[in-house]
Design a protein around this ligand. Sequence first.
Ligand code: ADP
Length: 583
Amino acid sequence: MENLLTLLEKTFGYTSFRPGQLNIIEKILAKEPVLGIMPTGGGKSICYQLPALALPGVTLVVSPLIALMKDQVDSLQEMGVPAAFINSSLNYQEVQNRMRQARNGELKLLYVAPERLESESFQLLLESLPIDLVAIDEAHCISQWGHDFRPSYLRIPELLQGLPKTATVVALTATATPKVAEDICQLLAISPNNRVQTGFARENLAFQVVKEPKDIYLREYLKLNSGQSGIIYAATRKEVDRLYYILKDAKFSVGRYHGGLSEKERTANQEAFLFDDIQVMIATNAFGMGINKSNVRFVIHDQIPGNLESYYQEAGRAGRDGLPSEAILLFAPQDLQVQKFFIDQSQGTTEYQQQEYLKLREMEQYGHTQNCLQKYILHYFGEESGDCGRCSNCLDQREKVDVTLEAQKILSCIKRMGERFGKALVAQVLNGSKNQKVLQWHFEELSTYGLMKDWSQKDLTQLIDYLSAEGYLVASDGQFPVLKLSESGVSVLKGQQKVYRRQAQVKQLVADDALFEALRGLRSDLAQQQKLPPYMIFSDKTLQEMAEKQPQNSLEFLAINGVGQNKLDKYGADFIALINESA
Ligand code: ADP
């Protein structure tokens, strides 16, 4: 244990283990196959990287994404650990070189894509390597019950059988429902006793569901949090493009990423984001798997994703460094249509589609629930917890406005119009418009005509949207949805239920701090010289601690979390000089 801690400090610069890490590492070193389930940002990489250093031979890491491998290998090299990856981005000669390095014992970690395992020449190489440990990252990909099943992962059990007896396996994932976890254990012959699961909760994430007009909200949010890094997810390429253009026009530092862009453009945009050259990435879910950028301060979903597994995984990309961060869902019921469309178009069996519909319904419920959002998510993953006290539902209990009367006016108007029209016409009738369509249907004769003439069209439509989002109204499918009262809408109309509206608040995530900004500037310069993403040099959390403690010499500098020997040698002098200068 003591040796492990020394190794952790010296190489990675961390003074203690995170929950679950030591447990997993000790099992690996005792040669027991183990499954580790930890939330995103929980520190899964250390679970195999540290044993890799403690073991004499090579650790093989199976990882599904090229971007992730490169990122991890760069990080390791930055800490002075010899590592390499082999995947389809390399030419024949490069692959041969790395295989030779591995054979000669020049590498501690070798990252490979699962497809590699199918190649014969690679299997031959494996036989000649002293493999002590196989780490399987994103292990949920092995299960057909997972939301991200990869056929090439099915070769892994076979690979394991071919390994020497002294080798062991560690499977790691952030998103395993109990069923998926069971599946992984079974496929990889891991004893259920060797399942290490830390809480799924992300203590530094504040979840929010927002039912305000999206574009306005996004602009406000980005204005208040300019300078912070974030991701905005949308469900379709078209919506990504739309948001990209309006936010770019509004002079925000944004980039975009989706499958419709050329490979070259995608890579360039991704790099720009990783290097902090652009602050906000607007993307479909094609973006982010394997993006280890630790200083993402917010993840906003402009449209609801198809299930909670995807949502939690995507939202979890915020705040990997442990600093307070936000995960915001902009919830509008009509966006569910997009996901329903995806399910209908999917080639799956009826059973599969039904399962997906069920998952979508649970995702939708997340948008409606009045209870703690984190608790809702954790429950979905089979974990019970108390209220988080940070999410919008926990906080907003205080800030509710009673809009029962306004809601009744709207609901009554919809009823009187025969529940056959969309929100625009309802709003026009309520504020007494003389629009042709209003007159054509003789709606000026309704008792609700002009009942809310103090309200603007826009405010009215927003309130109607809010009532839809809260489930008091149900909208039909199609481009111009027709509004009907739901059961709860009827009980509001009868005065049996009250309606509260919660005002979403946009707040600044990070307070201004001159020294922190200066340190970020230095990091950015160094990153540029080294052609490395800034967060790989030091995380925001490490910089924040520097700004706080203001280390004056090497020893004090080494005591900062995230500073190991290698980084002290490389960067210590520059940062200490800057801190002294500003003192
Ligand atoms: P995961 O793969 O579980 O999403 P990572 O392995 O990328 O998470 O780790 C997330 C962040 O936490 C990284 O910036 C990593 O350096 C940091 N980290 C990991 N272990 C520790 C630790 N014991 N103490 C402090 N920071 C840690």
